[in-house]
Write a protein that binds this ligand. Structure first.
Ligand SMILES: [Zn+2]
Length: 492
């Protein structure tokens, strides 16, 4: 891999077959946002791309959890022109187009990750950092202009960019970005849930997440073995699933989440969830065979040595450069992989299973066991009970009369936060310091807590709520309150 610097931007390149491919990569993504500003990086990307004239060569831009990339394929002079335009747009963003582009974002409805991966990340990390993945936030029309300017200043400059190319940099290539400091990346994001739990969520199919060292090669092989075993059972043997996938998300300093997820034929979600969990338990208990490990090493070798993998390798190297983590070139990675034993794979997976999160589609009832035989606990966002002090609100007399269950419902606000007791007796609690957003819905409010937890503070649910609403508004910083998105339909 070759290395140059153009206008302060590191340029990594390696010759690959086919036309020249370029990616201008910035070290920022959805995990750098907050619930209140969710989608701001994507909005910046759209504002920049909206300045481009019609181009006849392939070009695109994308934002995932970690990176924002502006990509193009074409002749060297086309790449040069494209990159100059993108840099100029980022240096002088057409913020007057914010209304149109937020509308485009609403139409696009893009996600930073697969919904099953997103749900697992949100359970692991709450509505912060990586855990923002499955959330929509206030909506693209509620992103403050100030947040757009802030993201541009913090992230979209030469100090947070790497250009990757599948050939030498074209003659006369310039990258006219403003200068700026590499953003400080401290500790890895702290997990909120460290131990095994299962949970229902709005996911298309079951998924298993493990909190781990992303550079742990034995664990990576273990997940490949599990993926292959599930392909054999859920797909080929039982015909319940089509797609079995692996994914990962980086929390910083090499830590992160590895995920195996699969889809399920309608009505078969429970069977697929059981196959996934039992399959993971079996692998943790017995480990893989030497043949299985050798098979996955062979598959990895094939993938790494494919000449079309050059742009993928360049992206890995760019990410390592931007986040200050080591990049191991293919031969080095392969040599290490080939030394991994089945016993190491077994140990790595058994250890990682201590942190296993299982997510299942809504309405999927599972009764599963941990390796020691005790029940796999369901993750519940519950508080012990309601506080003794504070203002208490109940459903209206009419609601209590006609819906006996409503008699148990309570909303409590005190100096520390909000509590909700559902008709089924379950208690939810959001401390004020954990509030990530308050959506204004007419006279009512919906409170979002980092846990993640959502508590409706709505007059249609609780009678005489005015003093409670006043207390809530006084307790939450004004910048966290926003009017519900104009893009959302009335039935939402
Ligand atoms: Zn809750």
């Amino acid at each position: 891999m070759h290395r140059d610097v153009i206008d302060g931007v590191p340029v990594l390149w390696e010759q690959a077959p086919g036309p020249l491919e370029a990616a201008l990569v910035f070290g920022c993504g959805a995990r750098d946002e907050t619930f209140r500003t969710l989608g701001v990086t994507h909005l910046v990307e759209h504002l920049a791309m909206s300045t481009l004239p019609r181009l006849h060569h392939e070009h695109n831009a994308m934002v995932d959890l970690e990176l924002t990339q502006f990509t193009a394929t074409g002749r060297p002079e086309q790449i040069t022109a494209y990159l100059t335009l993108v840099c100029q747009a980022l240096a002088d963003l057409p913020v007057e187009r914010i209304e149109q582009e937020s509308g485009v974002l609403a139409a696009e409805d893009g996600c930073a990750s697969h919904p099953t991966v997103g749900a697992l990340l949100s359970h692991r990390y709450g509505i912060e950092g990586l855990g923002l993945a499955p959330w929509n936030g206030p909506g693209p029309d509620r992103i403050p202009l100030e947040a757009v300017r802030d993201v541009v200043a913090r992230f979209f400059h030469a100090g947070n960019a790497v250009l990757v190319l599948t050939g030498p940099p074209p003659e006369g290539l310039r990258l006219p970005l403003p200068a700026g400091p590499r953003p400080a990346r401290g500790e890895a994001q702290q997990v909120r849930t460290a131990h095994s739990r299962w949970q229902e969520d709005a996911v298309p199919g079951p998924g298993l997440g493990l909190d781990c060292d992303l550079a742990d090669q034995p664990l990576q092989l273990a997940l490949a073995v599990l993926q292959e075993r599930l392909r054999n059972t859920a797909r080929h043997q039982h015909g319940l699933s089509y797609d079995v996938s692996c994914a990962s998300a980086a929390a910083g300093l090499g830590r992160g989440e590895r995920v195996v997820h699969l889809d399920a034929r309608e009505g078969e979600e429970q069977r697929v969830a059981v196959l996934l969990w039992e399959g993971a338990l079996k692998l943790a208990a017995e480990g893989p065979s030497e043949e299985e490990v050798a098979e996955e090493v062979a598959a990895a070798r094939e993938l790494f040595l494919d000449p079309r993998a050059v742009s993928f390798e360049l992206e890995l190297a760019a990410s390592a450069e931007l986040f200050g983590t080591p990049y191991r070139p293919v031969p080095e990675r392969l040599a290490l992989l080939e030394k991994v034993t089945a016993e190491q794979v077994h140990r790595a997976f058994a250890r990682a299973m201590d942190s296993a999160l299982l997510v299942v589609p809504p309405g999927t009832e599972v009764s599963l066991r941990l390796p020691d035989g005790s029940p796999l606990p369901e993750a519940r966002c519950t508080a012990a009970g309601l506080p003794a002090d504070g203002q208490q609100f109940r459903p209206s007399v009419k609601d209590r009369l006609f819906h006996p269950a409503a008699r148990r419902a309570r909303l409590v606000l005190n100096d520390a936060g909000v509590w909700l007791r559902n008709p089924d007796g379950e208690v939810h609690h959001i401390p004020y310091r954990e509030v990530v957003g308050v959506e204004i819905q007419g006279p009512g409010r919906v409170v979002f807590g980092a846990a993640p937890c959502v508590i409706p503070v709505l007059p249609e649910m609780f009678a005489g709520l005015t003093p409670g609403l006043r207390a809530l508004d006084a307790a939450v910083p004004e910048e966290l309150r926003y009017a519900a998105s104009g893009f959302r339909s009335a039935d939402n």
